[in-house]
Design a protein around this ligand. Structure first.
Ligand SMILES: *[C@@H]1O[C@H](CO)[C@@H](O)[C@H](O)[C@H]1NC(C)=O
Ligand SMILES: *[C@@H]1O[C@H](CO)[C@@H](O)[C@H](O)[C@H]1NC(C)=O
Ligand SMILES: *[C@@H]1O[C@H](CO)[C@@H](O)[C@H](O)[C@H]1NC(C)=O
Ligand SMILES: *[C@@H]1O[C@H](CO)[C@@H](O)[C@H](O)[C@H]1NC(C)=O
Ligand SMILES: *[C@@H]1O[C@H](CO)[C@@H](O)[C@H](O)[C@H]1NC(C)=O
Ligand SMILES: *[C@@H]1O[C@H](CO)[C@@H](O)[C@H](O)[C@H]1NC(C)=O
Length: 460
């Protein structure tokens, strides 16, 4: 059987960031100021085009009724009955990756990171800002539905085992669309807390452009957070095999009172994170490939590069503002160094790597052609309206040697191995599958680097 089961590294990242989101909320408050910085005048990549594509990708992952302004035209409506088994409307939201399950835990992380990216770097997005807001709203509209019953949070739609055992277009899928909920007797503090974070961060995004929607999101965020905090427990236990091993809560959850969110707590934690990443740091815990790729074991590796690079840039801006640096047991890192490492990871994705290929699906000379993505690899409804069943999809299209017929523009795959090699093959899901949580932090990063290269400004 083939599947999309991501390894422990992914889950660690996501559940770690459930807590991270709270810490970072504090950074947002202290870091409201605009800063113009320039890493170096290296212009190898078209960050603007990559930014547009990175947001367009989310249209390929849309579940539900597609709007008239849908730009990724090969997709069609799907999963229009989601929620009906529980008597609720759960139509909408995002498929997490190359399958057709709506996993709300990573979807909440994705939405939180998109929102945070807009809060930090939205002013550099120009015409793409509107599309970024649409991508966030596609998530929050769904989360409003998933949290509309007090005391209940819907955690997932779709039976992951039967879904993964089939190779079907989202538009065709006929596997059980089971809904999974956490509630007062069977709680899930991590999934509820992350959804609360997504709603809260998004309420900040819409504060000025849509105050009514922003207020609705904030109100719901508070209710959902109170539910997560009052009824404590892990969805691992409440939902068992339906959610874990797919997206386990590896790190648990932690609730911090507002008063503890101060610099005495956050600064050492952020410094220690930076020191765990820098190649020259004595306390480094991540690995680097010979080509410069940040690597952690477990599949879908680029999720680490994008999420951690995002944190590096945000923290570098904070350090620069406060005229400080990070001291890794005697090895001093300036804010410039943090930005440089982040840019190295982004450039690696876009083509500065030993395979000399872009790991983002798009217009590059060389990019992944057989990504592990059901919708991309099966013919579109418009040219093949007949239903393609579970096994038929597998034998005719999954095992085919042809390139995928539909381009999920902007999709970034899991990425190469620790030796920088990449195998462009549909059955190589650890490397060849795109995910929403790889792209979400990348959106803000690309806006930032687009801005850097369009202004000639330097660190002093
Ligand atoms: C609470 O959630 C559990 C786990 O999803 C579920 O089995 C149970 O039916 C739910 N309780 C109610 C009253 O719906
Ligand atoms: C959830 O399950 C995973 C896998 O068994 C385990 O590693 C993790 O510690 C569990 N998380 C919690 C919070 O119990
Ligand atoms: C910051 O948090 C620490 C640890 O909880 C606490 O001891 C300290 O008093 C707080 N400082 C401020 C200025 O709130
Ligand atoms: C960095 O920390 C080391 C102790 O680990 C200390 O000896 C050194 O003076 C510090 N460097 C700076 C520039 O603060
Ligand atoms: C859905 O499919 C129909 C029939 O092929 C097509 O005309 C239409 O444009 C599709 N809708 C979207 C949103 O792509
Ligand atoms: C795909 O390519 C492999 C290796 O070149 C070959 O062995 C296999 O028969 C091909 N499969 C099909 C369906 O053409």
């Amino acid at each position: 059987m083939f599947g999309d089961m991501p390894g422990p590294g992914i889950m660690g990242m996501i559940s770690g960031l459930s807590r991270g989101s709270l810490i970072m909320g504090m950074f947002l408050l202290v870091n409201g100021m605009v800063m113009n910085v320039e890493a170096h005048n290296y212009k190898a990549h078209n960050y603007g085009a990559a930014l547009s594509a990175s947001i367009l990708f989310f249209e390929g992952q849309r579940s539900g009724k597609l709007p008239p302004n849908q730009r990724m035209k090969w997709r069609n409506d799907s999963a229009l009955q989601d929620g009906s088994d529980a008597g609720v409307d759960l139509v909408g939201g995002y498929y997490d990756a190359g399958d057709n399950v709506k996993f709300n835990f990573p979807m909440a992380f994705t939405t939180t990171m998109l929102a945070w990216g807009v809060l930090e770097f939205g002013e550099y997005m120009d015409a793409e800002l509107e599309h970024a807001l649409e991508a966030i709203k596609w998530g929050t509209d769904y989360f409003l539905k998933a949290t509309s019953t007090p005391g209940v949070v819907f955690a997932q739609v779709g039976d992951p085992n039967s879904d993964h055992a089939c190779w079907e277009r989202p538009e065709d899928m006929d596997t059980p669309r089971t809904t999974f909920q956490v509630n007062e007797t069977n709680p899930g503090s991590e999934v509820s807390g992350e959804i609360a974070a997504a709603l809260a961060a998004s309420s900040m995004v819409f504060l000025e452009c849509d105050p009514k929607y922003s207020a609705l999101l904030l109100k719901r965020a508070i209710t959902v957070f109170e539910f997560a905090n009052t009824y404590r427990g892990t969805y691992n236990e409440s939902l068992g095999g339906a959610v874990c091993p797919f997206y386990c809560d590896y790190n648990g959850y932690e609730f911090m009172k507002g008063s503890t969110l101060n610099s005495s707590l956050a600064i050492p934690a952020a410094d220690s994170l930076v020191c765990s990443l820098l190649p020259e740091s004595p306390t480094r815990t991540v690995q680097y490939s010979p080509g410069g790729l940040l690597y952690k074991p477990g599949g879908s590796n680029f999720q680490h590069g994008t999420a951690l690079s995002f944190l590096l840039v945000v923290y570098a801006r904070y350090l620069h503002q406060t005229n400080s640096f990070v001291n890794c047991s005697g090895v001093v890192a300036t804010p410039y160094r943090l930005v440089q490492l982040a840019q190295r990871q982004v450039d690696y994705i876009l083509g500065t790597n030993p395979m000399k290929m872009s790991y983002m699906v798009g217009d590059a000379m060389k990019f992944p052609k057989k990504i592990h993505h059901r919708g991309s690899s099966l013919p579109r409804i418009a040219i093949h309206p007949q239903h393609i069943g579970c096994g038929e999809g597998y034998y005719l299209y999954f095992t085919s040697n042809n390139s995928n017929p539909n381009r999920v523009t902007g999709a970034v795959v899991g990425g190469p191995d620790l030796d920088d090699t990449y195998v462009d093959s549909r059955d190589n899901f650890a490397e060849a599958e795109p995910t929403t949580y790889i792209n979400a932090p990348l959106v803000g990063l690309l806006a930032y680097f687009k801005h850097l290269t369009s202004f000639e400004m330097y660190w002093t």
